[in-house]
Design a protein around this ligand. Structure first.
Ligand code: DNO
Length: 390
């Protein structure tokens, strides 16, 4: 697999020169400054590509072209946004950037409740605590019907939790959930969030799946024509939040969306950390089943906690996923496709000098450097020796 690294652009505290030192050859980036719904200007695409090339690296993957709420709900300016999405694909194809990651999560992109969870080692990790999230949903957002949806034991625990929080803790929780994590386009106040949720009233999972199928029917042919492969990122965490439907959480979801529009341009980002939060997602089996349709790989490892709906991000080889078996299956998939498959070490602990620096949550330099080094070791060993039973 080609070792890649996410770079948020010139504002990223981790510069391209450091990515080079980490040993990655490919860069994963996006034009985060272009308005959602607008086509990416050719000049801006070229400028980013040249900036990456000047550092001795290559822009391999776009992560992400945002899918606006208008597009997901097929309302408002969705037709103009769709045309812009297609136009961006054409422009990226012309510049030789052939892989595009995107997601179809309504309202919230990836979501955590704690961005600095202290590990016993002294490093810090990202964490999703289901009771904290329920406390936000029921008490801070005060979403009608939320308590009943969560059910009595969780609602009770959430009440106790919110009562024990001081004002600063409540503000921190709210900020962690809705201020927008790196790479996501979601930055809300509570009032904005309530308005955004209302747009999905009555849509349900079937409605959102239908909207995704219609989106795919429109963008996959454009991607194929442009020589671009699409790679949808799964829901993170992979279950419904805030009463919103989520339709890219399981192997069955992936199977359905791949079948909706056949052909290699309609593919997946296999994110081991997101899918791996669910015990019923067997990652090595998914890598084997979807082999020809996986165009991009995020390697990280989440660990479910005593409360099975809560999880934190473990070291890259130490989560619930069998990373060695997964890498073996991905390397077999890569051999089948006859060209290298881009991967990136996803998220990393905040550790050593990271702890005193400004870092994008999950995207610290040293934590990801360690993750990439560990994953590289597994990749080399599997390439050289294979894995019995994989
Ligand atoms: C988090 C990322 C997500 C991902 C988008 C893809 O670290 O995996 O922000 O980039 O959901 O569209």
């Amino acid at each position: 697999m080609e070792e890649c690294w996410r770079w948020f652009g010139p504002e990223d505290p981790v510069p391209l020169a450091h990515i080079r030192q980490a040993g990655a050859t490919g860069v994963v980036t996006a034009l985060h400054h272009v308005a959602i719904g607008a086509a990416w200007p050719v000049a801006e695409i070229r400028r980013r590509k040249q900036e990456v090339a000047a550092a001795g690296l290559a822009w391999r993957v776009v992560e992400s072209i945002p899918v606006s709420e208008d597009l997901k709900t097929r309302s408002g300016a969705w037709r103009a946004h769709l045309a812009a999405w297609q136009e961006t694909l054409v422009r990226l194809g012309e510049e030789g950037i052939g892989t595009v990651c995107y997601n179809f999560m309504p309202v919230l992109d990836w979501t955590r409740t704690d961005l600095g969870y202290p590990l016993p080692s002294g490093a810090r990790a990202l964490r999703f605590d289901a009771t904290d999230f329920a406390a936000f949903d029921i008490h801070l957002l005060a979403r009608p019907g939320a308590a009943a949806e969560w059910g009595e034991p969780r609602a009770e625990a959430a009440r106790a939790r919110v009562t024990a929080m001081d004002e600063a803790a409540r503000e921190r929780l709210e900020r962690n959930i809705i201020a927008g994590l790196p790479g996501s386009d979601a930055h809300y106040t509570l009032a904005m969030l309530r308005a955004a949720l209302a747009r999905y009233d009555g849509m349900g999972a079937a409605g959102l799946a239908q909207s995704l199928a219609e989106f795919l029917a429109a963008v996959v042919p454009a991607a194929a024509e442009a020589g671009v492969r699409l790679a949808i990122h799964p829901d993170d965490p992979p279950r419904p939040l805030l009463g919103l439907p989520r339709v890219v959480s399981t192997a069955a979801d992936a199977r359905r969306l791949l079948a909706a529009v056949p052909g290699p341009a309609n593919g997946l980002t296999l994110c081991a950390g997101s899918y791996g939060v669910r015990a019923d997602n067997d990652l090595p089996a998914m890598a084997r089943e979807f082999a020809g349709r996986i165009h991009f790989v995020h390697l990280r490892a989440t660990r479910r906690e005593a409360d099975p709906e809560s999880f934190h991000e473990a070291a890259h080889l130490d989560g619930d996923v069998d990373m060695v078996a997964l890498i073996a299956a991905l390397l077999a998939a890569e051999r089948g496709r006859g060209e290298s498959l881009p991967m990136r070490p996803d998220h990393g602990h905040q550790m050593l000098d990271d702890l005193a620096k400004r870092t994008n949550p999950g995207y610290s330099a040293i934590g990801r450097l360690k993750g990439l080094a560990e994953l590289r070791g597994v990749m080399r060993a599997v390439e050289r020796l294979g894995v019995a039973g994989a």
